[in-house]
Design a protein around this ligand. Structure first.
Ligand code: FEO
Length: 411
């Protein structure tokens, strides 16, 4: 649905509520997603910021035509060339052949790489501006939030003299930050954060950060500093996926600060997979031990849990307990994948405890511990194993392990 989010600034993107996976099958999207594109209609310039994923061509062009004759577009800004945002660049360029394309320096590679076209591309840098008539666009490079080509656009009033801070109204301009993937969520229930009623918006925002942006936490912190230095007034943050932040501008910026610092809480998450319930029973006893110490906990049987949601739950926890039986002298694939995910996403400063059952060879706990250490985690206690089916003494050892692990998390 088209929305005029500020005077002459239109959201013309398309929702895709039935999509259940994103980036191929990298991440689950319980509510689907939206591909947000924005049109700025002004006296000197008509600017389109980003397009949408190519299969939604018909819906997108219909939205665009309701706001403007696409032939009148003078400038197309590509904040990030991945196909969910740059997918219809060729279609728009076909309708607006004279429109220039603005992008970041690295965007010249990604746009050429995705489109195999020889359009002239005009590179912009942080602080560079475009006068559109009554408004002024300011470009802000957002390197690695989430790609090397990522950038943002601030839409301010023509006289905007930068007296603001995120969350504070500053000028009579729209003061909208078109933030591309940063601050996004795969959320489709409301167009604005203050209209979200289902209690999922913040979970989806964190899930998005965890699954897409976590490896670049250091860059996010630097980019937030740069954004703060620019001191642009921001009344709204309009990302390329999900709801537009209108009430929660300062809160979402603060959340990005917190998440990028990988702040954790004193709680533990128990993740396991199991074949004949021996490892599952060990997990039960470990949970009892954590509870004995009053440590908040969550548990996930990885074979029946949503991988992206599990990672989101793990993100804020200080302690991870990871269990697998031996499987062909290795770990069950769900557990091996989790360990790989934790390494790839560059989770930092967590404590890991390992457990699992075995039959003929006990390779599991050593493997979990070695992979956890290789990912940079601390393994404060030797893990627990049991052979075949746990006896009462095995379960008591697991419970004691849970208690000791909880004490380490609380230290
Ligand atoms: Fe990985 Fe919305 O782009």
């Amino acid at each position: 649905m088209i929305r005029e989010i500020a005077k002459n600034v239109f959201a013309v993107g398309v929702a895709d509520p039935d999509r259940r996976h994103f980036h191929g099958h990298e991440m689950t999207t319980a509510q689907g997603t939206t591909y947000n594109s924005y049109l700025i209609r002004d006296t000197k310039e008509t600017v389109l910021v980003d397009t949408v994923w190519a299969p939604l061509r018909e819906e997108f062009l219909a939205n665009l035509r309701q706001v403007v004759d696409p032939a009148k577009i003078t400038t197309i800004v590509i904040n990030h060339a991945e196909p969910d945002h740059g997918g219809l660049l060729a279609a728009v360029k076909h309708l607006a052949p004279n429109a220039r394309i603005l992008c970041s320096k690295r965007g010249t590679d990604s746009i050429s790489g995705w489109h195999h076209a020889d359009w002239p591309l005009q590179v912009v840098e942080t602080g560079q501006t475009l006068d559109t008539g009554s408004m002024k666009l300011t470009f802000i490079m957002a390197l690695m939030c989430h790609w090397p080509d990522s950038m943002m656009v601030h839409v301010g009033g023509a006289q905007c003299s930068n007296p603001g801070a995120p969350g504070r109204a500053g000028t009579n301009g729209p003061d909208v930050l078109l933030s591309n993937d940063a601050f996004g969520q795969h959320y489709t229930s409301a167009a604005f954060d203050d209209e979200a009623r289902d209690g999922r918006l913040w979970f989806e925002a964190e899930k998005y950060f965890v699954n897409i942006i976590t490896p670049y936490c250091r860059n996010v912190a630097q980019r937030l500093d740069e954004l703060q230095k620019l001191a642009l007034p921001i009344k709204m943050i309009a990302p390329s996926h999900g709801a537009i932040w209108r009430r929660g501008v300062a809160e979402v910026v603060a959340a990005y600060r917190r998440w990028s610092a990988q702040e954790t809480q004193q709680r533990a998450v128990v993740c396991y997979d199991t074949m004949y319930d021996s490892t599952r029973r060990m997990a039960d006893a470990i949970c009892d031990g954590l509870a004995d110490e009053g440590l908040p906990l969550a548990r996930h049987h990885l074979a029946v849990s949503d991988r992206s949601d599990v990672l989101t739950d793990l993100f804020g926890a200080r302690g991870f307990l990871i269990g697998s039986p031996v499987w062909h002298m290795s770990l069950l694939p769900t557990v091996a994948t989790l360990l790989e995910d934790l390494k790839a996403l560059a989770f930092k400063s967590r404590l890991v405890g390992a457990f699992g059952s075995y039959g003929w060879q006990k390779a599991n706990v050593q493997l979990i511990e070695a992979r956890a250490k290789a990912a940079g985690f601390d393994v404060p206690l030797p893990g627990v194993v049991c052979q075949w089916k746990p006896r009462a003494a095995d379960l008591e050892a697991c419970r004691a392990f849970g208690r000791q692990f909880a004490q380490r998390v609380k230290q």
